[in-house]
Write a protein that binds this ligand. Structure first.
Ligand code: SF4
Length: 231
């Protein structure tokens, strides 16, 4: 695991704020629809960004960025993440973490230490179907633990679901809705087949606007603020 990329972006959910976006290589899933297959399948083939150079770069940009978005891959798998986040916090920057939520130990430590300001957790499908997202076995106990942690409200959070036909339908929205009933926000994202990890996923037709709106209506029976991204 290592930092594989660094670029500027808008700090999602803090409109008008500017952030640096940091990508970590490696993941504990291989979602067929993943949009960062190189980071997931061949992270060793991408150049590493040394952490010291990264901190220097953040300090150089400090006067015109408000925060950092940590993404991947799955960043919580890198044992150096807490140390990096401590240094980012010392600069007074906000931190948003993108995660698949499977690593309960890591996320619990980050939240309890106050190292993240916003957690965006991907809810991919019903937990009983997570085996379809990986070539090896998937243990969803950590996901359930992390959902309980975020539902306690210790940190701002957003749940996100990419609505891949065949993987996410009304039944899955009901199951996920039960798990996050009363959560502050749930983003349903349109599936974009281009660049997906698996050939079968690249052939998959996305949902229509109407289909997505129907899924959003179901989601609203559990969460007040439901929006659709990518239409
Ligand atoms: S979509 Fe996210 S969790 Fe799935 S393989 Fe890609 S980086 Fe990993």
């Amino acid at each position: 695991m290592a930092v594989k990329g660094f670029q500027g972006t808008s700090l999602l959910d803090y409109p008008g704020h500017i952030a640096a976006l940091i990508f970590f290589g490696g993941c504990n899933l291989t979602c067929p629809y993943c949009h960062n297959p190189a980071l997931v399948l061949n992270p060793e083939q991408l150049p590493d960004y040394p952490l010291l150079a990264l901190i220097d770069e953040l300090q150089r940009r400090r006067s015109f960025i408000d925060g950092v978005v940590i993404s991947g891959g799955e960043p919580t798998l890198d044992p150096r993440l807490p140390s990096l986040l401590r240094q980012v916090k010392e600069m007074g920057l906000q931190i948003k973490l993108d995660t698949n939520g499977l690593n309960a130990e890591a996320l619990t430590e980050l939240v309890w230490e106050g190292l993240v300001d916003l957690v965006a957790l991907d809810l991919k499908t019903a937990p009983t179907r997570y085996g379809e997202l990986h070539t090896g076995p998937v243990d969803t106990a950590g996901l359930i633990q992390n959902l309980a942690l975020l539902m306690e409200g210790r940190v701002e959070c957003e749940f996100r679901t990419t609505c891949v036909p065949g993987l996410v339908g009304e039944a899955e929205i009901h199951v996920l809705g039960e798990l996050i009933h009363g959560a502050p926000r749930w983003m349903l994202q349109q599936y974009v087949p281009r660049h997906a990890l698996a050939e079968t996923a690249r052939q998959q037709e996305p949902y229509s606007k109407e289909d997505l709106e129907n899924l959003a209506e179901v989601a609203r029976t559990y969460v007040d603020e439901v929006a659709i991204r990518g239409l």
